[in-house]
Design a protein around this ligand. Sequence first.
Ligand code: AVI
Length: 319
Amino acid sequence: MAANAARRAHAIDPVVAEAALSGLLAARKTLPPKLFYDDEGCRLFREITRLPEYYPTRTELALLRTVAAEALPDLPPGSALVEYGGSDETKALYVLDAIPQLQTYVPVDVAAGALVQVASRLHRSRPGLAVYPVVADFLEPFALPRSVRTRPLVGFFPGSTIGNLDPAHATQFLSTARWSLSDGPFLIGVDLPKDAAILLPAYDDAQGTTAAFNRNLLHRLNREAGADFDPEGFTHRAVWNARQSRIEMHLVSQEPQVVHVAGHRISFAAGETIHTENSYKYGVAEFAALAASCGWASARVWTDAEQLFSMHLLSARGS
Ligand code: AVI
């Protein structure tokens, strides 16, 4: 009774409810990964990036030292770095600090609050850097401010976030990015396929942080979509799908149960799953082929000594 009253006290966010229902009412239940990133989800993701099992962040940061020193030596002064998903400037600073021709930083993200914080931190720590935050879903076409559009542009998409898009959406994203960057070069971090013995713990850590990150989706729907999930009635599962070269994350219903979301009744069989995320892993040649199909040439590729992670410098073909 008290739980019901608390639930009623939360207004339903129609955008969240609609995004959730389109997947939960399908024959194979899914939730879109963009719902992971409310405040609690962002906090849990930051914790994930510090886990010993989660190799991508530390490997990419180490790689970035070399990449930033070696890439783009001929960039003209006054260039701008456009970061897709720039709610945290840590990785961009490796590039900005190593390439003095980059005098403008344009973080693009839906998280307006996080962008304000990025801008105010940089205002204090790099007073000479011009920062133009753009609040937009970078998967959709967006307009850059006019003062930025006229500069030579460099794209930056670290973290292997491209792996969270299915190949059709990755293709769409890469094609649109070529247009938004006016054919400027594009630095992009891509996680490599590897042994399941390394991959699975990275997505199912001993501390249970990734499980909490996955279950937070259900807590979020309870808070924002008028849902009544019992998050403990679902367990986290990470699967390496070698055929599709992707890690899949699922939430597995522990028993037959009925859940309500924004007035819709949704039944779960015991063992039925909600597929919540894919994280595709691309070999170097495979990613270069994907980029080529979108008009990009892989001009240079860096990998770490253990072949865990790659960074591609793409240049527009024919430009
Ligand atoms: C944001 N993205 C690149 C992460 C990944 O590795 O696919 C999201 C994540 N999901 C679970 N752990 C990390």
